[in-house]
Structures are given as C-alpha cells and as structure tokens.
Design a protein. Structure first.
Length: 108
C-alpha cells in the first residue's frame, strides 16, 4: 500500500477531489499553508494500492494548473536596517506530490 501526499492550489482542490472520488479513491483534504508564499493551499491524502498510484498521479496531472504569483519580498538596499520591497514572480504547481510506503494499514 502507498500513501500519496499532494499539495495543490486551493482552486484546483474540488475538481481533483471529485475526480479522485469518482475513480474510487478514498481521499482526505487538509487546509494547509505554503511556507514560502504564506498563502493557503490544500493537501490531499490518498491511501491506495501500489498498482493505482500512477492512475491517481495522472488525475493530478490532468486537473492541476500551473499559476504565476507575484509576491513582495524585502531586499536589502545595502545599508543596515534599510529595505526596499521588490516584487518577484514565482511559478506555483500544478501539484507537488510525495508517494510514501505504508508499513501497516488498519481500520478498526
Ligand atoms: P510555497 O512554499 O508557498 O511555495 C510556493 C512557490 O514558491 C513554489 O511552488 C516555488 O515556485 C516557490 N518557492 C518555494 N520555496 C522557495 C524558495 N525557498 N525560494 C524561491 N522560490 C521558492 P511549488 O514548488 O509548486 O510549491 C507549491 C507548494 O507546495 C509550496 O508552497 C509548499 O506548500 C509545497 N511544497 C513544495 N515543495 C515542497 C517540499 N519539498 N516539501 C514540502 N512542501 C513542499
């Protein structure tokens, strides 16, 4: 058995969740926050048989879009204590996916 942890944009969450459910995957959705942008994203937890991992990943590939975000970050202007905010563009997603081995799975 495998555990898929997938971090994706909040706007893609419901359609991915719906497609995974329609395909028979059990899914848990967590509201999470990205450490860099400090913006809300979602993390989906999917426990599944190893043979179905690629099918789940193909759903994330189909349903998650890449987006550009502009953030303002303080960049040092060279003098102690002086900072000038600088806009920078970062590309986010489609989905960041981790696949983990599951040692034991029980429902009691
Ligand atoms: P955030 O941490 O808010 O990162 C948003 C986007 O900012 C990232 O998109 C990446 O393009 C950029 N970014 C992140 N850290 C950076 C840094 N130190 N310097 C410059 N740019 C940086 P994605 O890579 O698509 O990641 C989207 C979200 O997935 C992340 O949101 C984070 O919540 C999660 N994530 C990505 N990689 C991860 C990892 N290795 N471990 C845990 N969570 C991860």
């Amino acid at each position: 058995m495998k555990l898929i942890l997938a971090i994706l944009h909040s706007e893609d969450g419901n359609k991915v969740l719906g497609t995974l459910n329609d395909a028979g995957f059990s899914v848990t959705k967590l509201a999470t926050t990205g450490g860099f942008l400090r913006a809300g994203n979602i993390t989906l937890i999917v426990g599944t048989e190893e043979e179905r991992v690629e099918e789940a990943i193909s759903i994330f590939k189909e349903r998650c879009r890449t987006r550009k975000h502009i953030m303002t970050t303080p960049i040092s202007a060279g003098m102690a204590g002086m900072y000038t905010p600088q806009p920078i563009e970062v590309e986010v997603g489609g989905a960041t996916i981790f696949v983990l081995d599951v040692d034991r799975f029980e429902k009691v």
